[in-house]
Design a protein around this ligand. Structure first.
Ligand SMILES: Cc1cc2nc3c(=O)[nH]c(=O)nc-3n(C[C@H](O)[C@H](O)[C@H](O)COP(=O)(O)OP(=O)(O)OC[C@H]3O[C@@H](n4cnc5c(N)ncnc54)[C@H](O)[C@@H]3O)c2cc1C
Length: 312
């Protein structure tokens, strides 16, 4: 019997062979063998504690930093959605803000600003969820998640609740030591007291700056590669001649040369192959190896053998 016919009972939704492209900014890629939308944290924990341990688990936020490959994702994909995971609780006096992992970064920035909590304005520039931000150590304009987050919690692959202090998460540039199979469900942030009007103005400036410097209305995954030490990925891509050059349905944006875009009909293979072609060319021309910032998940073809074996 297929493992998919013996899934643990849930209160949320289990969707079989659910296309994932609509759940990502780049709008490419195949289906999840199973997409799980938990009703709440108890539902998530009960499901994971009963799920066969050999079934792969992948977590998705709003897919603003992900290429789902064309063959789809083996095993279970968890996506947190709905009010149970998107709460934002503010204690202005203490400078503290507690949020669900599915809360949008921009909503957190605005709630903090309104309550006069500083240091979170940069989140207005990141079109992801808190789960994505604490995993990626998302940041912009000189600030990053690691500078404001104090604790993160979630449910591990065995269904146990876990809490981590930020100092335990090995934060570095666009990196955290998020344990494999850990689904973040919430986080706490802290910031200094500040004037809500000044914070609101800073958010407006960030929003406006992004409008003019990033292709935010395109199908994109944001910065494709991390900036190498002392240099910029966009500068190297531009200097190698890849800005605005079509490659199947993919291209590095004419507006921001480190933003990979789907110009309409790209496959995940177009996007990933273009990225790899650029990495090879930049390495050959400048001796710099670009490191992917965009996460690539899943299998290139549906019949690739990385899926769990069905038990007889
Ligand atoms: C137009 C545009 C502009 C961008 N600008 C910036 C920028 O300025 N700075 C920046 O840092 N990034 C930027 N990004 C990239 C992206 O928005 C961030 O990386 C964001 O933090 C990803 O959040 P997400 O919810 O979309 O996560 P996803 O893209 O869905 O996932 C990213 C990673 O986080 C993991 N993850 C997500 N949620 C959870 C969870 N609950 N538990 C465990 N793991 C989880 C996923 O497994 C995956 O490994 C930009 C993207 C776009 C499209």
């Amino acid at each position: 019997m297929s493992w998919r016919n013996a899934l643990p009972a849930v209160r949320g939704k289990l969707l079989i062979d659910e296309p994932l492209a609509p759940f990502t900014w780049l709008r490419v890629g195949g289906p999840a063998e199973v997409l799980f939308l938990p009703a709440d944290e108890d539902d998530l924990a009960a499901f994971l504690s009963a799920l066969r341990t050999d079934i792969p688990l992948t977590v998705l936020g709003v897919g603003s930093n992900v290429i789902v490959r064309d063959g789809g994702v083996a095993g279970v994909v968890v996506r947190l959605a709905g009010r149970a995971f998107a709460g934002v609780t503010v204690d202005g006096g203490a400078g503290a803000i507690t949020v669900g992992a599915a809360a949008l970064d921009s909503a957190v920035a605005r709630a903090a600003a309104k309550a006069g909590i500083g240091g979170l304005e940069f989140l207005a520039g990141i079109p992801g969820t808190v789960g994505g931000a604490v995993t990626m150590n998302a940041g912009c304009y000189g600030a990053e998640t690691a500078g404001a987050v104090t604790a993160v919690w979630g449910v591990d692959r065995a269904g146990a609740r876990r809490v981590f202090q930020a100092a335990e998460l090995g934060y570095a540039y666009r990196h955290s030591d998020t344990p494999a199979g850990l689904v973040w469900t919430g986080a706490a942030f802290h910031g200094p007291r500040a004037d809500p009007e000044v914070l609101g103005q800073a958010i407006a400036n960030i929003t406006q700056r992004r409008e003019t410097t990033q292709p935010i209305r395109e199908k994109t995954g944001g910065s494709t590669f991390k900036n190498p030490p002392g240099d910029s990925a966009w500068r190297l891509i531009d200097a190698a001649g890849w800005r605005g050059k079509p490659y199947g349905g993919a291209m590095f944006s004419p507006l921001h040369a480190n933003f990979l875009i789907n110009t309409g009909e790209a496959t995940a293979a177009d996007l990933e192959d273009l990225g790899e072609a650029v990495r090879a060319d930049v390495a050959a021309k400048f001796g710099v190896t670009l490191e992917w910032e965009v996460r690539r998940v899943g299998r290139k073809r549906r019949d690739d053998r990385d899926e769990p074996k069905d038990r007889a």
